[in-house]
Ligand binder design. Structure first.
Ligand code: FAD
Length: 106
């Protein structure tokens, strides 16, 4: 199986980067693409316990796709849910756009 930590780091980079480049006012097609993507992602992510948890999270809180801000905030909260479970510090979601859109050093 893939390295769960390295896979996770790369995947969060991809997911937050998708949120950061998502339009502020997405079209119906873009909203449906994003919803389809996260749904398939939750089924295909090759860390099965991670994928199960992510699907359970989506069942509790459906991903909002009406704007970059809403989706990015949701994704940040989803990542914090994992951080909490793993005993990692929570990330301040007021800063996710700085981290993933404007960029800062990690
Ligand atoms: P990561 O958590 O990978 O974060 C990478 C960078 O993202 C951080 O350095 C920080 O700059 C930034 N960041 C941190 N938190 C946030 C946030 N809330 N919002 C925005 N940016 C943030 N591992 C398991 O062992 N068990 C699991 O059940 C599990 N579930 C996962 C589910 C998903 C959907 C994904 C993508 C990964 C999962 N992982 C899981 C992997 C885990 O989340 C980490 O990726 C891995 O432990 C490496 O952690 P890290 O400390 O390098 O930073």
């Amino acid at each position: 199986p893939p390295d769960v930590e390295a896979l996770g780091r790369s995947t969060w980079t991809l997911l937050h980067s998708i949120a950061a480049s998502y339009p502020e006012a997405p079209s119906r097609a873009q909203q449906s693409d994003l919803l389809g993507f996260v749904g398939l992602f939750g089924r295909l992510y090759p860390c099965w316990v991670c994928a199960d948890d992510f699907q359970a999270y989506m069942a509790r809180r459906a991903p909002p796709v009406a704007s970059r801000r809403e989706f990015g905030d949701w994704l940040c909260a989803a990542h914090n849910d994992v951080n909490r479970r793993l005993g990692k510090p929570e990330f301040d979601c007021a800063t996710w756009e700085q981290r993933w859109r404007s960029g800062w050093k990690d």
